[in-house]
Ligand binder design. Structure first.
Ligand code: NAD
Length: 443
């Protein structure tokens, strides 16, 4: 099928490449000319495992095209995906300006019926807004062309996006149009062979499903972080508690890892947007408000530990930081807890020596050149001349360090672990003081 995807970010580029890989003819449109030029030259602007060879192979095979020309893009696809960003507005609501801009673009250029498929995460009612925008723009042109707006939220995980799109757990399709349903079933048939993964529903329910999924996951994280805080104060070990509750299949092991809080481009903004939606209709989202408050506090926990240990003035101290990305296997630093830590360390006068396997380029873009931030080529290099180590991202490269070297390198021989990577007894055996989340301190 001929498919156009507006937006070549984490969602649009991965989805476009995966659809091309099963044989669809895909055109990706972006307003970022530098990104499009890079993609045309075979360079992948984001870090996502398996994405580069997939994009390069399908581009070379002539099934995956990149353009900044919206008219060309609209002409190409019978199905047109919206995969543009929906960042939080000042009041926490989802900013729909990019989604509505693409709706106007489509209506400006279309000369035959189109099915518009919304993959961006958008509040309930957005499909109606997109339809109104298209209708209005068509009317201004004096054109009368049929179209459908379908909701098809995306559930991929950054860091595993290609695998998630190749083998989705479910494909949520929100539409009341039998014709649009047929088109999407045909589009996704290659991903739907083993068993039926399509969950068909009305548009509004599909829009809400995406927020409910992210809010549920965020709730699990804030819940375990709350229990971790209790464990710490009561002298219990959250890792034992985690295993103890995860073994109940009604609870499960997923997403109950205590840590330095959730971040990324989705959970914080989607929880905020859902809170905003609820409040806008005078419905008080008690659970969501608590989830967000707990997470805001949790993102400060590492810095608080360090300041509690050293006192409020960190002038003259150098802290090594392992991990900048909001989670492993991605270079995404949007709302990453590392940002809270770095800002707090700098505010207290500390120097930072940081290492991340892939996110240092992004960190340099965000923070620019500053004398109190040194990027280091390896985890061990970050320890040179450092007083303490803080771990923010659970990259597998950090899982089995040479603790003797760590102990020799750190002046104050102390590790603040925001991801509970190590057995406290093992770390202590190497002469290190070890503070983690929700576990008794070991020294
Ligand atoms: P992103 O910021 O990585 O990419 C968005 C892209 O859209 C950018 O390249 C931008 O230049 C482009 N764009 C903006 N306006 C445009 C226009 N008028 N025409 C063409 N391109 C335009 O965003 P993302 O992380 O891919 O997220 C996209 C949407 O998918 C968001 O609504 C997000 O909430 C949702 N989502 C994201 C994830 C994720 O893990 N990143 C997962 C599921 C859903």
């Amino acid at each position: 099928m001929k498919v156009t995807v507006f937006g070549t970010g984490y969602v649009g580029l991965v989805q476009g490449a995966v659809l091309a890989d099963v044989g669809h003819d895909v055109m990706c449109v972006d307003i970022d000319a530098a990104k499009v030029a890079a993609l045309q030259a075979g360079q992948i602007p984001i870090h996502e495992p398996g994405l580069a060879p997939l994009v390069q192979a399908n581009h070379a095979a002539g099934r995956l095209h990149f353009t900044t020309d919206a008219a060309e893009g609209v002409a190409h696809g019978e199905l047109i995906f919206l995969a543009v960003g929906t960042p939080p507005d000042e009041d926490g609501s989802a900013d729909l300006q990019h989604v509505l801009a693409v709706a106007r673009t489509i209506a400006t250029h279309m000369d035959r019926p189109k099915t518009i498929v919304n993959k961006s995460t958008v509040p309930v009612g957005t499909a109606d807004k997109v339809a109104a925008e298209v209708r209005q723009t068509l009317a201004a042109r004096g054109a009368d062309i049929a179209f459908e707006v379908v909701s098809n939220p995306e559930f991929l995980k950054e860091g595993a996006a290609v695998a998630d799109c190749m083998r989705p757990d479910r494909i949520v399709i929100g539409t009341s149009s039998a014709a649009a349903e047929r088109q999407l079933r045909e589009l996704y048939a290659p991903f739907n062979r083993n068993h039926d993964r399509i969950v068909l529903m009305d548009v509004k329910s599909a829009e809400l499903t995406k927020y409910a999924a992210n809010a549920m996951l965020a709730t699990k994280i804030s819940f375990i972080n709350e229990i971790a805080g209790l464990a710490e104060r009561l002298g219990a070990d959250i890792e034992a508690v985690r295993r103890g509750i995860g073994s109940d299949p009604r609870i499960g092991y997923h997403f109950i890892y205590p840590g330095a809080g959730y971040g990324g481009s989705c959970f914080p903004k989607d929880v905020k947007a859902l809170i905003h939606t609820a409040q806008s209709i005078d419905y008080r989202p008690e659970v969501l408000l608590a989830v967000e408050r707990r997470n805001d506090a949790q993102r400060e926990v590492l810095a608080e530990r360090i300041l509690a240990h050293y006192g409020p003035n960190l002038r003259g101290k150098t802290i090594a930081v392992w991990g900048l990305a909001f989670k492993p296997e991605t270079d995404d630093m949007r709302e990453a807890p590392s940002r809270n830590l770095l800002q707090a360390l700098w505010a207290a006068g500390a120097q930072v020596r940081a290492h991340d396997p892939v996110a240092m380029r992004e960190a340099r873009r965000i923070f620019g050149d500053r004398p109190d931030l040194v990027f280091c080529d390896s985890p061990m290099a970050a320890l040179d001349g450092a007083d303490a180590l803080a771990i923010v991202t659970e990259w597998k490269q950090f899982r089995v360090p040479d603790f003797d070297r760590v102990a020799r390198a750190l002046r104050d021989r102390i590790v603040f672990d925001g991801r509970n990577l190590y057995d406290p007894a093992v770390v202590a055996r190497h002469g290190l003081t070890y503070e983690s989340i929700g576990r008794p301190a070991a020294a």
